[in-house]
Write a protein that binds this ligand. Structure first.
Ligand code: HEC
Length: 156
C-alpha cells in the first residue's frame, strides 16, 4: 500500500515537472517569435537615446552654407529665423518662397492675422532682412524676349 502511494507521488512530480518544462518552452518560443516580429521588444532604448543625440548634433551643422537641420542658408539672423519660423511648418515652406521685404512682411502679417503667428517684436526686422536677402525674387523671373527671330509663314 505504501509503495503504491509513493509511486503515485513520483508520477505526480514527474507530471508537474513536465508540465512546467513545456510551459516554459511554449512561453519562450512565443517570446522569440514575438521578438522576430517586433525586434525592438525588450530593448531598453539605450540605442535610441544615442541616435537622437547624434541627430541633434547634426541639426546645427552647416555644410556649404546650408544649415543641415532646416535647409536655411547660413547668414546673419539664421538662428532667429529658425526659432521663429519652424515651430508650425517646415522650413521648406519658407525656402521655397521668394519675396522682397514688403512681400515677406505681408506674408508675416497674413500669418499673424489668420494663422496665430505671434508678434515677432524686434526680431521681425532681423527676420525680414534675412529673408529678403537670401530669398529674394530671382532677378530674371521670365526669359528674355525673343529677338532677331526669322519668322516664316506656315504653308497649308
Ligand atoms: C504660429 C504658426 C506659424 C509660425 C510661427 C510661422 N508660420 Fe508660416 N504659416 C503658418 C501656417 C498655418 C501656414 C499655412 C500652411 C499651409 O498652407 O499649409 C503658413 C504658411 C507660410 C508660408 C506660405 C504662404 C503661402 O502663401 O503659401 C510662408 C512663406 C511662411 N508661412 C513663412 C513663415 C515665416 C517666414 C515665418 C517666420 C517669421 C513663419 N512662417 C512662421 C503658420 C506659421
Amino acid at each position: 500500500m505504501m509503495e503504491d502511494q509513493e509511486f503515485r507521488n513520483k508520477v505526480k512530480r514527474i507530471y508537474l515537472g513536465l508540465a512546467l518544462f513545456f510551459g516554459i518552452l511554449i512561453m519562450g518560443s512565443g517570446g522569440i517569435m514575438y521578438k522576430m516580429i517586433n525586434p525592438s521588444f525588450l530593448i531598453f532604448d539605450k540605442k535610441e537615446i544615442t541616435e537622437t543625440y547624434v541627430e541633434a548634433e547634426d541639426f546645427d551643422k552647416i555644410e556649404n552654407g546650408i544649415h543641415l537641420g532646416t535647409g536655411f542658408k547660413d547668414d546673419e539672423g539664421l538662428q532667429t529665423v529658425i526659432v521663429s519660423c519652424t515651430p508650425c511648418h517646415s522650413a521648406k515652406l519658407v525656402t521655397q518662397n521668394r519675396a522682397n521685404k514688403e512681400g515677406w512682411i505681408s506674408i508675416i502679417r497674413w500669418m499673424q492675422e489668420t494663422q496665430n503667428l505671434w508678434d515677432l517684436g524686434n526680431n521681425e526686422a532681423i527676420i525680414v532682412n534675412y529673408l529678403a536677402k537670401n530669398y529674394a525674387p530671382e532677378e530674371k523671373g521670365r526669359r528674355d524676349n525673343l529677338e532677331d527671330v526669322e519668322w516664316y509663314d506656315l504653308e497649308n
